[in-house]
Design a protein around this ligand. Structure first.
Ligand code: NAD
Ligand code: ZN
Length: 347
């Protein structure tokens, strides 16, 4: 089968041939129809420090997808051949203390498809049947392919009630922009976005932000205070991983507020802990992956109701074989979400 993989410990990816995966008794074989390119795939492409520490080539990459079940192991009873599915890409151990208490998203021994084991940038992928998410007919393939990043946004927004509250979102990449749309849907009263890229700021306003500013703008504090009763925002969603955005975001929070932090800094960061956290009495919630499967139900309900923002944020649908173009579009900042399609011949 065709597959996009990291062949060697160096920059770049290759399109090549790989055997169709075998399936175990509790696994299914899925014929992939469409797959989303994530920021993580870009890190693996670039072979940055994180990838060097984590990835063991050769490995097929990719973890956001939709496909069709074509074979199932003998222990699998809950899914039919031909069923269209997406899947949770975090493979949990199922028996650690976290898994046993409904917190598989922080499993002690998690493995991620396309990172720690072969992923979905291929004609076929095998995965545990318990990770499958059957997709209703109303959700088209290119939308179903991005349940994973929408789920990251959903998990972050739902970590703290935002209804009727003022919100600051730092970073309007794909996940930050999905968060804007979800926060609007969840009833936030004010959504302020900080993002250096002007094109992304404009998209943030189209998907529901009240105001989108450059993080270097001199008027930020004044604007934020004017829109938050002179106190600062009630919730921060940190979606950039940039140390200065984390610092700025915490600074713009009011006392007693909550920061839900998803963005991953590339190194340790420096924070004025006493001033921004302790004396303000704020709560910081680290967000990892998606709740299994609470977030998936929430994301599906969102997709069924809110077609337009999802469609707007999938800026490019391109043939699988042209993946290099997809990575270029993401690197240049032109694309928000790129979906690779197996049956797309058009280019
Ligand atoms: P992305 O790179 O597309 O988006 C990050 C955005 O932050 C970019 O648009 C960038 O311009 C913006 N940014 C940079 N500096 C900024 C600053 N000073 N202030 C405000 N914005 C700034 O990434 P993404 O795919 O949307 O993911 C967002 C973050 O979440 C990344 O750090 C990623 O590694 C992380 N992530 C975490 C999880 C998790 O489970 N915790 C899962 C997926 C991704
Ligand atoms: Zn576990």
């Amino acid at each position: 089968m065709k597959a996009i993989f990291k062949p060697k410990p160096e920059q770049g990816l290759a399109l090549g041939e790989s055997p169709i995966p075998e399936i175990g008794p509790s696994e299914v074989l899925i014929k992939v129809r469409a797959a989303g390119i994530c920021g993580t795939d870009l890190h693996i492409y670039n072979w940055d420090q994180w990838s060097r520490n984590r990835i063991r080539p050769p490995v097929i990459i990719g973890h956001e997808f939709v496909g069709e079940v074509v074979a199932a192991g003998k222990m699998v009873s809950q899914v039919e051949i031909g069923q269209r599915v997406s899947a949770e890409g975090h493979i949990t151990c199922g028996h650690c203390a976290y898994c046993r208490t409904g917190r598989g998203h922080i499993c002690k021994d998690v493995e991620i498809i396309g990172v720690d084991r072969n992923g979905c940038f291929a004609e076929y992928i095998s995965i545990n049947a318990s990770n499958l998410w059957p997709v209703p007919d109303e959700i088209p393939d290119h939308h179903a392919a991005i349940f994973d990043p929408l789920g990251n946004a959903m998990h972050t927004v739902m970590a703290e009630p935002v209804g009727g509250k003022s919100l600051l979102i730092t970073g309007a990449g794909a996940i930050g922009l999905f968060s804007v749309a979800v926060a609007r849907y969840a009833g936030a009263s004010q959504i302020i976005v900080l993002e250096p890229n002007a094109h992304k700021r404009e998209i943030a306003q189209r998907v529901g932000a009240d105001l989108a500013l450059d993080p270097g703008d001199k008027n930020i504090e004044r604007e934020v205070l004017a829109r938050s009763d002179g106190l600062g925002v009630e919730v921060l969603l940190e979606m950039s991983g940039n140390p200065s955005a984390i610092e700025q975001g915490l600074h713009l929070l009011r006392n007693g507020a909550c920061a839900c932090v998803l963005g991953i800094p590339s190194d340790r960061i420096l924070i004025d802990w006493g001033r921004e956290v302790i004396f303000k009495g704020i709560t910081i919630k680290g967000i990892n992956g998606r709740m299994m499967f609470d977030t998936w139900y929430q994301s599906q309900n969102f997709m069924l109701k809110k077609y337009e923002p999802v469609d707007l944020l999938i800026t490019h649908r391109i043939p699988f074989d042209e993946f290099e173009r997809g990575f270029e579009l993401l690197k240049s900042g032109e694309a928000i979400k790129v979906v690779l399609e197996m049956n797309n011949q058009s280019g």
